[in-house]
Design a protein around this ligand. Sequence first.
Ligand code: PMP
Length: 409
Amino acid sequence: MMGKTLDIAKIRKDFPLLETKVYGKDLVYLDNGATTQKPFAVLEALDAYYKDYNSNVHRGVHILSQKATSAYEESRKKVAAYINAAHSYEVIYTKGTTDAINLVASTFGRKYLKEGDSILISAMEHHSNIVPWQMICEERGATLKVIPMDKEGVLQLDLLPSLLDERVKLVSFTYVSNSLGTVNPVREIIRQAHARNIPVMIDAAQAVQHFPIDVQELDVDFMAFSGHKLYGPTGIGVLYGKEKWLNDLPPYQGGGDMIKTVTFEKTIYNELPYKFEAGTPDISGAIGLGVAIDYVNSIGLENIQAAEQQLVTYALAKLAEIEGIRFIGNAPERSSAISFLLEGIHPYDLGELLDKQGIAIRTGHHCTEPVMDFFEIPGTCRASFAFYNTTAEVDVLVAGIKRAAAILI
Ligand code: PMP
């Protein structure tokens, strides 16, 4: 993968929080899988919305409302272009990935799941791509089935044909695992599911910020992601759905904006995308997400991918030199998260000692308890990278781990 070399020192100046000191030390922020830092452009867009044209959308004829509506809808077009959706009305704003998956689980489940049916997910799902399906399966008398993985953290695709039987009504799985870093073979899974007329949902929460995704080329039916992991604000996310599915499914929530007409006898629902956007939406969040996408585009997603791949390769090599380290997840296709354990040290203890050195990593089960159960571990330490991280920060992490190990062992 070729990418233009990025001027990381210059880029870092766009992110005010990266300048922060913690415990008097330079912050080394390696928890980008949990959430990314925000560039000035996004912060300024939020500020400008509230200062200059705060107003509700789709409601007023007055100039402020028109301005807010137009910014909100322009942002939708940016999201659609970013994932190459055929139509901007196939982009539904949600609160985030979790909300988007719940939307599909609830609406698809209510319409299509019957007793004896099943939903197929994978062994490495985030809780947000397990629990919503479990809930609707329980309600409808359906079962949740799982594509297993091996000890490297790779899905066992040889088992997929036998799992995709006629009872499976939908397949939902993550593009990139947040706890293992595995990049899953989405094209192959979609191909096999579609060959049996089974729709597919992708959890792209750990994917959209790292490499280009073309929903038309993938031919995916639904895709979810969160703005806050894509350098945008919290509280905003996206559900992409093919027009035919979004028209076919019932609304998720009822309320303002999602209706055309209401009488006490009957409500006529609004057209897409508003049918799925009941109530006042996160207007500033949507606008901020659009600006975050502009920012990412200005750097270039291919350049971001190349820079992050280099960083991860460097980090894997440097971390591997640490005595007693064990990587959890060794898939050949991987993205920006590295999970590891140090022999004899609880991940929480290591995380705490790293924190005191100004290094922010994540410790715990990463909302993937079944993954931890599979590896029979309480949790992992996870360093997750963004393009604004540097090899110097990797060196600080490695030195920090060695220092912590010297204290703890
Ligand atoms: N799926 C994956 C793979 C994730 O990493 C996350 C966030 N950790 C989510 C879903 C949930 O995202 P959110 O909390 O933004 O809804």
